[in-house]
Design a protein around this ligand. Structure first.
Ligand code: HEM
Length: 453
């Protein structure tokens, strides 16, 4: 259908209001209900009052995230909540400040930089695989739990290097997870704000945050005094000056950015890898093909960065897994000035939600969107995919800075496990999605792993 003909269709205030409870519990169910009924763009009032335009239309997504992105900042509510607990950094700033941070931090994610951190990533992987092997010989494991362990060590190592003790990293991650849950609560239930103050929850989480800040700051200061031979992202940030002034980032800024990178990169990659294993267990015909490809690309060689990105089939499986189950199921924006897209009025202040899950399930773009079919991403597939129809990493200037690092880490653990183990779900049941900030499984995913040689 030509998107020029589309108009936003409003969901009545009463319906929006009646759906508030469901919205707080599992919002994706409400979004999918509206999308199926109304189409790829619809408008409703969040909690009955905040005007919200939701879109899964790739042209509209391109307009908001890329063509006119200057007019669409991250929403005021999200920014406020995140700044309160994470400080101002790359993920929640805008304008010149954001651009300056983005330019500097991008240097930590170049291909050559990722190549440099690969050897330490392989050590992390080997270490993880030892524990994994022990765990899986003792019976079924929850693949999500396993991926939590791998990603934290892997992202932690690439950001902080090896000097940060594992226990410190784990308690730090726990603090972040608790804070994240509280932030989500504040975003979806803003009307409980006075209660958060009276009940002391605000203070409790601020204290947790302060402790986490202190750990990072002390670590940053220690690293400045004794850089060692680390080639992690922290080291890069500490030693790279801003191009415009030649100054270095202050320790406080470094701490904020490192914290934000850990938050942005940890649970997202865990979620993506978990879903990829789940979907492979449901569609085992792809496992042997991946194994064959690994053999062809690496033969008996050690894994290397270039080789990982030659795993075309494996990458198409990952792309398809992130289409069907995108870790970020939505992101949000707020219009700064009045705007209009193809007849749809977007008044200043209104929220626009790039609905990633909807875009990935948009029947106008994808044939049989509910079917897991990696061949959609085959280079030889004649059907061209609209660049904003598949956006697990977002799009436009604020596209995920860590996407290649994430892919590298996910491919490392996927190939390592698939090379050595056959696997299946221990119970043949479907695992549904539970959407809060990320699209998580709605329960444990127990799987059996069996060594193949
Ligand atoms: C599969 C894993 C990942 C997924 C699905 C993912 C997804 C995304 C998405 C959708 C955005 C855009 C948010 C928006 O526009 O509002 C984003 C931004 C971002 N991601 Fe990722 N991400 C992943 C891994 C990582 C990793 C490993 C890192 C770094 C260690 C990272 C760091 C960031 C940062 C810093 C931003 C903000 C960029 C900016 O605003 O300029 N992400 N990510």
């Amino acid at each position: 259908m030509d998107s020029k003909l589309k108009k936003t269709t409003k969901i009545s205030n009463l319906t929006s209001f009646l759906d508030t409870k469901e919205m707080v519990k599992n919002p994706i169910l409400v979004f999918e209900k509206y999308r199926k009924k109304i189409g790829q763009t619809f408008e409703f009032r969040f909690g009955g009052f905040r005007k919200t335009i939701v879109t899964s239309d790739p042209d509209f997504l391109k307009y908001v995230l890329k063509d006119n992105n200057d007019n669409y900042h991250k929403s005021h509510i999200q920014v406020k909540r995140f700044v309160e607990f994470q400080g101002v950094g790359l993920t929640n700033s805008h304008g010149d400040y954001w651009l300056r941070q983005r330019k500097l931090l991008s240097m930590g994610f170049t291909r050559s930089r990722l190549n440099e951190i690969l050897p330490t990533q392989l050590i992390v992987l080997k270490d993880f695989m030892k524990d994994f092997d022990m765990d899986v010989t003792n019976g079924p494991v929850d693949i999500h739990d396993q991926m939590v362990k791998f990603t934290l060590r892997s992202v932690g190592q690439s950001l902080f290097g090896s000097q940060l003790k594992r226990e410190e990293l784990e308690s730090f991650a726990l603090a972040i997870a608790e804070i994240q849950k509280f932030i989500v609560k504040k975003v979806v239930q803003p009307y409980l704000m006075p209660w958060y103050v009276i009940s002391g929850q605000n203070r409790k989480y601020q204290n947790i945050r302060k402790k986490a800040d202190q750990i990072i700051l002390a670590y940053v200061e220690k690293r400045r005094l004794d850089p060692g031979k680390e080639s992690d992202i922290l080291q890069l940030i500490l030693t790279t000056p801003y191009k415009d002034t030649g100054e270095f980032m202050t320790d406080e800024k470094v701490s904020v950015e490192i914290l934000q990178l850990l938050v942005a990169g940890n649970e997202t990659s865990t979620t993506a890898t978990t879903w990829a294993f789940y979907l492979l267990a449901k569609h085992p015909e792809h496992i042997s093909k991946i194994r064959e490809e690994i053999k062809q690309v690496f033969e008996d060689q050690e894994v290397n960065y270039e080789g990982l990105f030659k795993l075309k089939y494996t990458i198409s499986v990952l792309d398809e897994a992130m289409r069907i189950r995108p870790p970020f199921w939505m992101i949000d924006r707020q219009a700064l000035k009045d705007d209009e897209f193809n007849g749809i009025k977007i008044p200043a202040g209104s929220t626009v939600i790039p609905y990633i899950y909807g875009a990935h399930h948009n029947e106008e773009v994808w044939k049989n969107p509910e079917i897991f079919d990696p061949s959609r991403f085959d280079n030889e597939n004649p059907e061209k995919i609209h660049p904003f129809a598949h956006i697990p990493f977002g799009g436009g200037p604020r596209v995920c800075i860590g996407q290649n690092m994430a892919k590298m880490q996910i491919l490392l653990v996927m190939t390592s496990i698939i090379k050595q183990y056959d696997f299946e779900l221990s119970e043949k049941k479907n695992i549904d999605v539970h959407a809060m900030m990320l699209l998580k499984p709605d329960g444990p995913i127990e799987m059996n792993f069996k060594r193949i040689n």
